[in-house]
Design a protein around this ligand. Structure first.
Ligand SMILES: Cc1cc2nc3c(=O)[nH]c(=O)nc-3n(C[C@H](O)[C@H](O)[C@H](O)COP(=O)(O)OP(=O)(O)OC[C@H]3O[C@@H](n4cnc5c(N)ncnc54)[C@H](O)[C@@H]3O)c2cc1C
Length: 305
C-alpha cells in the first residue's frame, strides 16, 4: 500500500515553505507509482530529488494537487553495464554518475556534465531522470546523452516504451512523456573504438545553469572524421543537435579551418534568446568557441584512444 500523508493547513501567518496544498504519496513499488499517476492523470507531479520541482512549487509556478515521490524506488537507482550498452536508472544521483569509473572511462562527456552541475549538495539530491524530465533547454545531461544517441525508457499502466533522447525534448519544460508516465532508465550504446567525446559549459557561476553548454563526439579513422556529433544546450527552446555541422565534418581531416567552419555552421543552427543569464548575441558567439574547443578535445581523445 502507498502511504498517504495529509498536509496540515498552510501556515498563512509565517513564511510559506511551499505555498500550495497537495497530497503526498510515497509508493513502494513502480507499479504503485504508475497506478497513482494513472489515477491522478495530469494532476500529479513525480518527485525525485526535488531540486527542480520543489523550487518551482515554492514560487508557485507548479501547483500539483498530488505529489508522487519515487525516491524510495531503489530499483530505479543503478548503473549497469549490459551487452547492449550502459543502463542508468532514472533515480541515479548526479553525484553517483560523477563518481562512476565506468562513466568516466567510457562516457566522459556525461561525467564532465554531471561534475559541472550545481554544487555537491545539488548533485547529491538531483537525479539524471529529474534533469531530463524537467526539460530545461539548459539541462546539462542532455547534450552528452544526445551525442551518445541514448534512449530513455518510459513506463505507465499501459506498458513501456523507448524514446530516443533526440526526440525527448519538446519545448521549455515539455518532454515527450505523457502525464501518467515515469522515466525509468537511460540506455547508452557503447561507442565504437576511436571515438572521443567532450562536454563544455559556460555559466555565470559554477552553481548556475548554463549560458551555453556543448557536447561533441567524434569517430576517427586514419586521421579522417568518420562521423561527428555535436549537441548544444541553452541556445534554442530545447537542447539541439547541430546536424548541418555534423554533416560538414563527415569525411574531413580535422584541421583548424575545418573546425572553425564547423563551429560557424553549428552556431548558425542555434536559435538563442536573451534572458537573465545571457544575451542571444553572446550565446551565439560562445557557441562557436565551445564547439571549437569540444571538437578539438573530442578529436584528441579519439586519436589517443
Ligand atoms: C542550486 C541549484 C543549482 C542547479 N544547477 C544545475 C546545473 O548546473 N545544471 C543543470 O542542468 N541543472 C541544475 N539544477 C537543476 C536540478 O538540480 C537538476 O535538473 C536535477 O537533475 C533535477 O533532478 P531532481 O531529481 O531533483 O528532479 P525533481 O526536481 O525531483 O524533478 C524535476 C522534474 O522532473 C519530473 N521527474 C523527475 N523524475 C522523473 C521521472 N523519473 N519520471 C517522470 N518525471 C520525473 C518531476 O515531476 C519534475 O517535473 C540546479 C538546481 C539548483 C537548485
Amino acid at each position: 500500500m502507498a502511504s498517504r500523508v495529509r498536509p496540515s493547513p498552510i501556515n498563512t501567518m509565517n513564511t510559506h515553505i511551499i505555498p500550495v496544498r497537495f497530497e503526498y504519496f510515497a509508493p513502494k513499488t513502480l507499479n504503485e507509482a504508475v497506478d497513482l499517476l494513472s489515477r491522478f492523470r495530469g494532476r500529479a507531479k513525480v518527485l525525485a530529488g526535488g531540486t527542480d520541482l520543489v523550487v518551482q512549487m515554492k514560487v508557485g509556478r507548479v501547483r500539483p494537487e498530488y505529489v508522487v515521490s519515487i525516491r524510495w524506488l531503489r530499483e530505479l537507482d543503478f548503473i549497469d553495464t549490459r551487452e547492449d550498452g550502459l543502463h542508468i536508472g532514472a533515480l541515479t544521483k548526479l553525484r553517483r554518475i560523477e563518481k562512476s569509473d565506468v562513466i568516466r572511462r567510457g562516457f566522459i562527456a556525461l561525467y564532465e556534465a554531471a561534475k559541472a552541475m550545481g554544487g555537491v549538495q545539488v548533485r547529491c539530491m538531483g537525479t539524471v531522470g529529474g534533469n531530463l524530465c524537467n526539460a530545461s533547454p539548459a539541462a546539462d545531461t542532455a547534450p552528452p546523452l544526445m551525442v551518445y544517441e541514448a534512449r530513455v525508457k518510459a513506463v505507465s499502466t499501459r506498458g513501456e516504451r523507448e524514446i530516443p533522447i533526440t526526440k525527448f525534448f519538446k519545448g521549455p519544460g515539455k518532454s515527450a512523456l505523457e502525464p501518467d508516465e515515469i522515466l525509468t532508465e537511460v540506455m547508452i550504446p557503447y561507442q565504437p573504438a576511436n571515438t572521443g567525446s567532450a562536454f563544455l559549459k559556460v555559466a555565470r557561476t559554477s552553481m548556475d545553469l548554463a549560458k551555453v553548454n556543448v557536447a561533441a563526439a567524434i569517430n576517427v579513422r586514419e586521421g579522417v572524421v568518420r562521423w561527428a556529433r555535436i549537441a548544444l544546450g541553452a541556445v534554442a527552446p530545447t537542447p539541439i543537435r547541430a546536424l548541418k555541422a555534423e554533416a560538414y565534418l563527415a569525411g574531413k581531416e580535422l584541421g583548424e579551418d575545418v573546425i572553425a567552419r564547423a563551429a560557424e555552421i553549428a552556431a548558425s543552427e542555434t536559435r538563442p534568446i536573451t534572458d537573465v543569464r545571457s544575451t542571444a548575441w553572446y550565446r551565439r558567439e560562445v557557441s562557436k568557441v565551445l564547439v571549437k574547443d569540444a571538437l578539438r578535445i573530442a578529436y584528441g581523445r579519439a586519436v589517443r584512444g
